[in-house]
Design a protein around this ligand. Structure first.
Ligand code: GLN
Length: 540
């Protein structure tokens, strides 16, 4: 079968959930046995989101091949269980960089280099990159931003050209918003009509409209939209708010989104998608009554998307443990030695988040000290693991000024230090230790038991590491280094012996947790949190 290309654009407002819609469609097509990948084109100039702070763009996701990517790629993986790569996320910056490099090399010798055709050709080349591997039946391309933005114009022009070139092997889905005017008790179609008109102005006729709405859209209103927008009535689909994002594929299938997409791309739908494992997850999720309460200590707690993959990994793990997740965000700048007990004692488990820089770091130490002394299940991720080591070195080994050289470059006890290969690097973009590396686990460790194996591969995003000069002292005092990279001997996992569950990973296990394959460490952590909760209850 020839590769089919589906383009997903958005209008009216941003944050409509294009990523979730794309992921849901991919999930349904995959459940029909098709090979699917999703890619995102972002119209900003940064080469990748690695240098953006979470206030700008939420979490930075990392692919197995070490690309710092938009957080939507996390959704793609969680919904499809298929790895994404560097090719799945392209920005305007990457496109321009490539064109300018070609120009300097002389590839366009004699020609004036222009947005059309040179930039659009480069966009089109990138759109087709994954399709050309022959590995996919469907390539879903999400265009970031909102129709009408100046910066997305070259992408839309490329979509227009591709639609023309690919014919029935392509399709455009446009996502819009239906506002509800409470005073008039009315849903409004006009913004959708305007948005479609704007898309038509750049030469794109959407084939399917998905309308994000907080209220059910009456059939006659859908017919009206179909008529005004040149779309078939059954291709006007509503996307009502769902209790969780994982219900969206089911809501889309109920309105035949997958069948419509197949038919419109010349494929006859046969039977139903095999959604049983997915439905089992939803069933478990819906049946869970008891709660497990986890605290997340970090400095971006007011931002919904800053720790997206951790939130989702915890959610998956809670569902597989038949629990509802109650996540309590704890601002690392607001926790200290005197209020730690009050803030942390209601919790069943604590996660100390990844991060960069000094801000909020002392709060992480206070939280970890309290959790360690009170034997609370505790999970440190990346910077969180480094903080575990520093807190332990300070308060157990008695090295008062123990620190990471990230926080204090001249500390006498650099228990966390810059990795050797990082020392000569001055550029900040894309230069961390990134992507998946092997980790060998000590057979009897908690981590090995959780994974059910001793060789794992997880993703990284860091410059600093546990300083192996301190390894013996740390281990002698009980902080065991139970995971290390087999070739470089970098410490990947630490565990405090004699505790319920006190474990830190230099890597980010959250990136690989999906609905159908939850992160083993998260599942084990939640299990420990549940036992701790039950022990606390029994003691009351
Ligand atoms: N700032 C730390 C480092 O660079 C940790 C990074 C992280 O938590 N992702 O090593």
């Amino acid at each position: 079968m020839e590769t089919k290309y589906i383009f997903v654009t958005g209008g009216v407002v941003s944050s409509l959930g294009k990523g979730i819609i794309s992921s849901s469609l991919a999930c349904l097509l995959k459940a029909r046995g098709l090979r699917v990948t999703i890619q995102k084109f972002d119209p900003y100039i940064n080469i990748d989101p690695g240098t953006l702070n979470p206030y700008e763009h939420g979490e930075c996701y990392v692919t197995v091949d070490g690309h710092e990517a938009d957080l939507d790629l996390g959704h793609y993986e969680r919904f499809t269980n298929v790895h994404t790569t560097r090719a799945n996320n392209v920005t305007t910056g990457r496109i321009y960089q490539s064109v300018i490099n070609k120009e300097r090399r002389g590839d366009y010798l004699g020609k004036t280099v222009q947005i059309i055709p040179h930039i659009t050709d480069e966009i089109k080349r990138n759109v087709k990159l994954l399709g050309n591997t022959g590995k996919f039946d469907y390539v879903i391309t999400e265009i970031g931003g909102t129709v009408g933005d100046i910066e997305s114009l070259p992408f839309l022009e490329s979509v227009r050209q591709l639609r023309w070139e690919l014919g029935q092997n392509s399709l455009c889905i446009h996502l819009t918003y239906m506002p509800y005017l409470a005073a008039a008790h009315e849903l409004k179609t006009k913004p959708t009509q305007h948005s479609v008109k704007m898309l038509q102005e750049v030469g794109i006729q959407p084939d399917i409209l998905i309308l994000r709405t907080e209220h059910d859209i009456p059939a006659q209103m859908r017919r009206k939209i179909a008529q005004f927008c040149n779309v078939e009535p059954d291709a006007v689909i509503q996307s009502l708010d769902q209790p969780t994002i994982y219900q969206v594929p089911v809501a889309m299938h109920a309105q035949h989104l997958d069948e419509i997409v197949l038919r419109k791309t010349g494929v006859t739908p046969e039977g139903e998608p095999h959604m049983e494992p997915w439905m089992n997850f939803l069933d478990k999720m819906n049946k869970a009554e008891k709660e497990v309460t986890i605290g997340l200590v970090g400095k971006y707690v007011e931002l919904q998307d800053a720790y997206k993959s951790i939130d989702e990994a915890l959610f998956h793990a809670a569902v597989y443990n038949d629990r509802r997740l109650k996540l309590v965000m704890i601002h690392s700048e607001k926790i200290n030695d005197s209020n730690a007990g009050q803030l942390l004692s209601p919790l069943d488990g604590v996660i100390v988040a990844p991060g960069f820089g000094q801000r909020g770091i002392e709060g992480k130490f206070s939280a970890l000290k309290w959790c360690r002394e009170h034997d609370v299940p505790t999970f440190g991720i990346c910077l969180g693991m480094q903080c575990m080591v520093i807190e332990f070195a300070r308060n157990v080994l008695g090295l008062d000024d123990a620190n990471s050289t990230e926080m204090n470059p001249t500390t006498r006890h650099n228990v966390i230090d810059l990795m050797e290969e990082q020392k000569s690097i001055s550029n900040l973009g894309g230069t961390m230790r990134l992507g998946a590396y092997d980790c060998e686990l000590t057979p009897d460790s908690r981590a090995a038991k959780a994974y059910g194996k001793t060789l794992v591969s997880e993703r990284h995003r860091h410059r600093f590491e546990l300083n192996n000069d301190y390894r013996q002292d740390l281990e002698r005092a009980g902080l065991k280094c139970v995971g290390e990279n087999p070739s470089t001997h970098l410490v990947e996992v630490v565990e405090l012996e004699g505790k319920r569950w006190y474990l830190g990973t230099q890597y980010h296990p959250e990136y690989s947790s999906t609905v159908l394959s939850p992160g083993p460490l998260f599942v084990d952590f939640i299990k420990a949190a549940i036992s701790y909760h039950e022990e606390k209850q029994a003691a009351e």
